[in-house]
Design a protein around this ligand. Sequence first.
Ligand SMILES: *Cc1c(COP(=O)(O)O)cnc(C)c1O
Length: 386
Amino acid sequence: MHDTLSPETQTATALGWIDRETDAMAAPLRPSTSFLRDPANPGRAGRIFTRDDNPTYAQAEALINRLEGGAGCLLFPSGMAAIITVFQRMAPGDHIILPKAVYSGLRDWAKQQGQPWGLEFTFLDSYDARSVANAIIPGKTKIVWVETPSNPTWTLTDIAAVAEVAHSANAMLAIDSTVSTPILTRPIEHGADIVLHSCSKYMNGHGDLIAGAAVVAPGREDVLKEMASKRNAYGAVLGSFEVWLLLRGMRTLSLRVKSSSASALKIARFLDTHPAVAQVLYPGLPDHPQHEIACHQMTGGFGGMLSFRMRGGEQSAKETASRVKVIRQAISFGSTESVIEHRVGMEGADSPTPRDLLRLSVGIENVEDLLSDLRQALDHSAPMST
Ligand SMILES: *Cc1c(COP(=O)(O)O)cnc(C)c1O
């Protein structure tokens, strides 16, 4: 029945599962590491040990899978663990195409771990079908990696266009959809083979757990199977209590994402008119370079993440971040409260991020409180008229 229901209903009801044993409406937490063997048939299939599988995973994995329209979902102890498990399927010599503007943890992994291991990476400045097609090495390119909108400039990639290029080269299209969430974008419908999430962000949404998820498209069950076997082999399993918290957090996913998106659009429009701000990077603004892609690929909002560049440069960006009061200066995003970050300071020396850029994660506070907080922080930094 839940197949035909909207994402709002799927999340609010957590697919409507009821605990068979107790009729409990909230999911039970089952921390057991071991499961009783059948004495007559100890080799039978079924749950054995929680590193393979735990019943607490089932509902959260089913919900994420349903929201994405996938063939199966696996939870991981972090977004990075989910992402790296995709690369663990590769062999030395395999080639991977990535955007330059990508989650910095992945860029660091590629350079510090992936390359020494023998994987080859091409980092692209712009990420459209043509530049990806030019970067393909026939027979060697195994993964085309997309993050949309991507950190921290919020550029979008047309998933369907890049899917065509990737598939014609027999490469897999992987989408890091952490920022969009399945509420705003369903990459599998546009041709993605695998969708990754850091559930530490919007999926859980309360800033109190680290988790990740991978969803494979129908027809890519082989990838799911291999990833499940890697998850077990490397021991990359999420604790059952964290899974339980994640499912609890996801019940309000749709409400939170829509509220953040609506507030982010108002804030982006405000920043766009402020004299201290040189540029606002937000897919919901008509002058965003991929606004048209955002309009057809994103549904129900343009997300809660935006960045803005200060006319007064790096110093002014740092000062502004230190002057906000309701918004807190901190890393991460996708929680109930808004946070701001001078991103380049955190990303390190080889970061392509502009030095005057502030990244803002818009939470679910009253938007007027956020606007007046930003106003008081920015009014100090209006450039002097000379
Ligand atoms: C945070 C993040 C990750 C990494 O997730 P963790 O849960 O912190 O390991 C990956 N991709 C994106 C886009 C992220 O924001």
